[in-house]
Ligand binder design. Sequence first.
Ligand code: PLP
Length: 401
Amino acid sequence: MSSPTSLSISALAKRLDGEASEVWAVHDRALDMKAAGEDVILLCVGDPDFPTPEPIFYQALAAMKRDRTHYSPAQGELGLRQAVAELESKTSPHPCSADDVVIFPGGTNALYSVFSCICDLGDEVIVPDPMYVGYCGVLDAVGVNAVPVPLLVQENFAVDIAAIKAAVTDKTKAVIVNTPGNPCGNMMSKEELAELAAFTREKGIWLISDEVYSMITFKQRHVSLRAAAAELDNVIMVDGLSKSHAMSGWRIGWVVAPSTLVPHLTNLAGASVFGCPQFIQDAAAFALRHDDFYVAQMREEYKKRRDYLVERINQMPGVSCVSPDAGMFVMMYTGEVSEGGQAFAERLLDEAGVSVVPGAGFGDVTANYVRITLAQPISVLTKAMDRMALMLGAPKAQIAR
Ligand SMILES: Cc1ncc(COP(=O)(O)O)c(C=O)c1O
């Protein structure tokens, strides 16, 4: 039966059509090849390969047994909001209370909710180039125009504060920074964050900081925007447990925001999610309060993997990388051996059976790069690097070690 042609599809839905597929085309092809039985190594996705630490899992189970399986307040369970506030108060000179926190099912939903509450159709938001691809969908859905400001490649992908200042127009509603950053692992200093916070406040625009990699740092400790900013009334912080606690499938994220915004975020959560599961929030609160050992263990393993990848890549002919300070990825420069990261990624999949993400998916600045995940054990990374070295014609001594 044919459907009536007058049935409507919203402008919002149409804005989301087709966007993400190009970025993931190589990955999708790799998945198809794998499904067809080919020996493909997947190095695309930033989903921790570690299981969620067992005690967290048992907390959820115990909470379910306590009948914590019912509706939950739209703002989030007090216990989890308190745990977030404790963490924030520890890492910032500004006290944080549970009233400043709103819980969402993951960082992506938290970002979507933030932009929905602060922007209208046609507003501008300044974003880093390169940026986490998930921002595209969020900003498209809300209908705002992303204004990319290139990171400084020569300075290890540092944020260009002067360029951000110059990009502000009378349509700018917000600047988003991502520290530590995906895909480049760059970290902002306290001084940079403080300067940007003061500037945006003076301009009357929001400064949003996405800090989902805050616990995966290899060099210096993470500095949060709330720790750096002198005043907090235009400052929004987004974080979550997907990366730090290997809890991507539990869907827990949060926003710490000023009191002018919290009620709006809560209203939106009430109109959309209507509360995250109680037992998941209980387990998340436990995770935040008892995480020293597990988070450190995973961080150490990511660091080993980073060091391994960086060493192998920089031994190979024609490709190179800098060692990222944080995060779950290594960005590899491919400009000397291919016409861009896209061509390299295609070739790597076709000739070596290894899939990586072309850098163009994150922005123009990284068009000559590919992103390689750290979320695979060293045994898998070794196999992938051996195959890549063979493809690039590296000396035999550097292969199959
Ligand atoms: C920079 C950044 N922000 C936010 C997210 C969203 O994470 P989640 O929705 O799982 O909390 C991701 C996930 O990859 C990310 O890389």
